[in-house]
Write a protein of this length. Structure first.
Length: 245
């Protein structure tokens, strides 16, 4: 059995004993059927991880004893900021999970002209908490120890107006791949804009290009909104990140 990894939103230190929150305790006790003595790994999203042991499993909480600290973070040398248009159903959820696995540094949800998802402030706040939990779950699975930044949703125009470091790309069918391959080899930060179902409007593409974004093609086929960011991020990670390592 693989050693379970759990995110804990509190300070951690060697030789510390802590009580897990109810959701994490339920996962260890009821889902994984862990018993006292089970080895676990804990991380708090601030870097590194701790080897630990399940000391006791009660009805509502599990007590954990921490041991050694491992400073490994498994972060990509390329910091990708993903501007991702909101979408209905589980497409946005899926894109969040997979972009986290691919090493995204920051996720910026975008409100666009063709945006399908319209939420009240209350519903949006609940959705944001749900999306953050998905990111945590993905980090537990893929062994990342630093949580990606998840920004508050903004309009496309507002995001385009923010200061950026490094090249910025917008997915654009028919664009020239030479604009990607012609970039310098020492890129450390990059921004990527991915549209909703149906893509960005022509006005949005033109606005992006006027703000210094570079059109990025993904071949002759049209990819779905949850597939496109994965393909694009894989290319960027191969070009400047750690997929080519």
């Amino acid at each position: 059995m693989r050693i379970p990894r759990l995110f804990v939103d509190q300070d951690l230190a060697p030789d510390l004993e802590i009580d897990l929150e109810e959701a994490s305790s339920h996962y260890l006790r009821q889902v994984l059927r862990c018993k006292s003595g089970q080895q676990v790994t804990l991380f708090n999203g601030r870097g590194g991880e701790y080897s630990a042991e399940l000391k006791s499993a009660g009805k509502r909480t599990c007590r954990i004893r921490l041991f050694d600290f491992n400073s490994s973070d498994r972060e990509s040398p390329l910091k990708i900021t993903l501007g991702l248009a909101l979408s209905k159903g589980d497409r946005f959820d899926w894109a969040l999970q997979k972009s986290t696995e691919l090493g995204v540094h920051c996720i910026q949800p975008l409100l666009t002209e063709r945006n399908e998802l319209r939420l009240s402030p209350e519903r949006l706040a609940k959705k944001v908490e749900h999306w953050k939990r998905l990111i945590v779950s993905s980090c537990e699975q893929c062994q990342r120890n630093i949580l990606p930044i998840f920004e508050t949703p903004v309009t496309l125009e507002d995001w385009f107006s923010k200061d950026r470091h490094g090249p910025a790309f917008i997915l654009q069918p028919g664009a020239s791949a030479d604009d990607l391959t012609g970039q310098n080899d020492d890129v450390e930060q990059v921004s990527l804009a991915v549209g909703p179902e149906g893509g960005f409007s022509q006005a949005e593409v033109e606005l992006a290009l006027s703000k210094g974004f570079i059109g990025m093609p993904l071949g002759p086929r049209i990819l779905r909104t949850e597939t496109a960011p994965m393909a694009a991020m894989s290319i960027l990670q191969w070009r400047w990140g750690d997929l080519s390592a």
